[in-house]
Design a protein around this ligand. Structure first.
Ligand code: FPP
Length: 244
């Protein structure tokens, strides 16, 4: 189903779409370019897909931009990705105020430079004034790391006498994660032909539908997103129950 068909059929988009932005390096290699050129192209694709998500009524878009494992890459590549985040956040601040959109960074920010952290805090602060479309960019994010952080926070609350172990429910635990207040994603997309979860949204993806495509992230476009949404609509979501 293509863009035109999906729009005419008026299938509602998922409220929350999450994407593992994979394939930037291979995209660059295919063109004889440095990996950093792939990340620059990937950042443009993020901008384009975020704009499209907003236009079709998606409420939340969460992208995996830098994992807790990505520090293993060369210094040059890590610095390039961090510089892209800085550039993007700078530009996003004006757009947020103009279009009333929210932008949050999810992850462990303790390893992030003070300059980038200041920008992240600024976008978080601006976001509190709005309730429109929300983009979540996961930076130094790992699903296991997020769960450990949440468990530590709860343990600290128990040690301080503020909470009792039996007060911990699934809902309360969800409120201690980086994604507190954000509904779980209905659809998770991974481009580039890899079919792995790679430590992304481990808690939140309990009932998410996955969509895999061979397209490399910089080549991913509106039509590809429509295909993913159309595939999602064909799934039979039972949440552990039985078909009616
Ligand atoms: C995975 O592809 C991509 C990354 C680890 C970096 C993602 C970063 C961006 C898209 C740029 C900045 C983003 C924003 C939100 C401004 P890969 O490098 O693992 O590709 P490969 O598997 O082909 O090598």
């Amino acid at each position: 189903m293509d863009l035109f068909t999906r729009k005419t059929q008026k299938l509602p988009p998922p409220e929350h779409i999450a994407i593992i932005m994979d394939g930037n390096g291979r995209w660059a290699k295919k063109r004889g370019l440095p990996r950093t050129a792939g990340h620059a192209a990937g950042a443009e694709t993020f901008r384009r897909i975020a704009t499209y998500c907003r236009s079709i009524g998606v409420k939340y878009l969460t992208v995996y931009a830098f994992s807790t494992e990505n520090w293993k890459r060369s210094r040059e590549e890590v610095e390039c990705i961090m510089a892209l985040f800085e550039k993007y956040l700078h530009e996003a601040i004006d757009e947020m105020e103009q279009d009333h959109i929210r932008l949050k960074v999810l992850g462990d920010l303790s390893r992030i430079s003070p300059e980038l952290r200041a920008l992240i805090e600024r976008t978080a602060e601006i976001s509190t004034h709005y309730d429109g479309f929300q983009a979540n960019v996961c930076i130094n994010y790992g699903g296991r790391d997020e769960i450990v952080h949440a468990a530590r926070r709860f343990a600290a609350q128990c040690a301080a006498g503020e909470k009792k172990p039996e007060e911990l429910t699934e809902e309360a635990f969800g409120g201690l994660l980086y994604t507190a207040g954000i509904p779980d994603p209905e659809l998770i997309i991974r481009p580039s032909g890899e079919e792995r979860v790679s430590n992304f949204l481990l808690w939140q993806s309990a009932y998410s539908e996955y969509y895999f495509t061979d397209v490399l992230w910089p080549d991913f476009d509106e039509r590809e997103l429509d295909r993913a949404i159309a595939a999602y609509h064909k799934r039979d979501r039972r949440f552990g129950g039985v078909k009616k």
